[in-house]
Design a protein around this ligand. Structure first.
Ligand code: NAD
Ligand code: 0WE
Length: 258
């Protein structure tokens, strides 16, 4: 059993209890971590507070607003976190966004502004959050982000998100090199397709899930809890020698050729 007692985890990207970040929060909480949940907007505040309560957290746990496209909100959120927790150990970055047009239209039509937004929210935010979090990670620790195989090969409609995930995976390597001397590890989990809010409204998502069942070595789709378990492992001291890596949690889909 992995023991995270006395550790503080800051988690970004919980929209509801189907979010991958929620499953990660559950696993970290069950292992004894204190959880700080960051929600994107006022609209998600109550949901975040309810989820904290569901996780059975004690008085210390809290929910804080943080839209990662704002430097001011990143600074304010980590200043508030620092007031409550002088030391944090884990950061989970489970955030991605591209304007709907960009993941619907032909890739050739990708607009400059849509490219910018996708990379700002889905990639630059990891650097900005890492810079704000690192001064609180004085005992070393682990940062994790979520990526998708669309960074390596083409999936219809994934489009600019695939380009952003490729940049995110490279960012993980450069951050790992930058933060290694402080004993802060930086990794990514590449999850197979999962029906979450971010997958809603994506045309043919059911087809993508069916293809995985047919082709993946395990002949099924991955579940949030499996991503949560891997995130717990990578966040823990059991993974003390792993940094700069992309770990696939996809029932083996990415190793198959046809
Ligand atoms: P989700 O919709 O539950 O989570 C996405 C989160 O991003 C939401 O909580 C949303 O509030 C947050 N977000 C978007 N813009 C933001 C901003 N400006 N500031 C702060 N937060 C912002 O969906 P999910 O599937 O749990 O996605 C989480 C991560 O997992 C994403 O990085 C996604 O690319 C990745 N991923 C998802 C799948 C999948 O099939 N669902 C597969 C592989 C990787
Ligand atoms: O990273 C993602 C999706 C992230 C995402 C989702 C949305 C939907 C709503 C980013 N931006 C937006 N913008 C919106 O307006 N995934 C890994 C899930 C996903 O999305 C796909 C997939 C998979 C898997 C799109 C096409 C093909 C496969």
């Amino acid at each position: 059993m992995i023991d995270m007692k006395g550790k503080v985890a800051v988690i970004l990207g919980v929209a509801n209890n189907r979010s991958i970040a929620y499953s990660i929060a559950e696993k970290l909480a069950q292992a004894g971590s204190t959880i700080v949940l960051c929600y994107q907007s006022e609209r998600l505040k109550k949901a975040a507070e309810d989820l904290i309560a569901e996780l059975g957290q004690t008085g210390q746990a809290r929910a804080i607003q943080l839209d990662v496209s704002s430097d001011e909100q990143i600074d304010a959120a980590f200043a508030e976190i620092a007031q409550h927790f002088p030391v944090i150990h884990t950061v989970i970055h489970s955030v991605a966004f591209a304007p709907a047009d960009a993941i619907k239209n032909d890739f050739l039509e990708t607009k400059r502004e849509d490219f910018r937004i996708a990379h700002d929210v889905s990639v630059y935010s990891l650097i900005a959050v890492a810079r704000a979090a690192a001064p609180l990670m004085t005992e070393g620790g682990s940062m994790l982000t979520l990526t998708y195989f669309g960074s390596q090969v083409v999936f219809p409609n994934y489009n600019v998100m695939g380009v952003a995930k490729a940049a995110l995976e490279a960012t993980v390597r450069y951050l790992a090199a930058s933060l290694g001397p402080r004993n802060i590890r930086v990794n990514a989990v590449s999850a197979g397709p999962i029906k979450t809010l971010a997958a809603r409204g994506i045309g043919d998502f059911a087809t993508i899930l069916d293809k995985v069942t047919e082709r993946a070595p395990l002949h099924r789709n991955v579940e949030q809890a499996e991503v949560g378990n891997t995130a717990l492992f990578l966040s823990s001291d059991l993974a003390s020698g792993i940094t700069g890596e992309v770990t696939y949690v996809d029932c083996g889909f990415n190793i198959t050729g046809i």
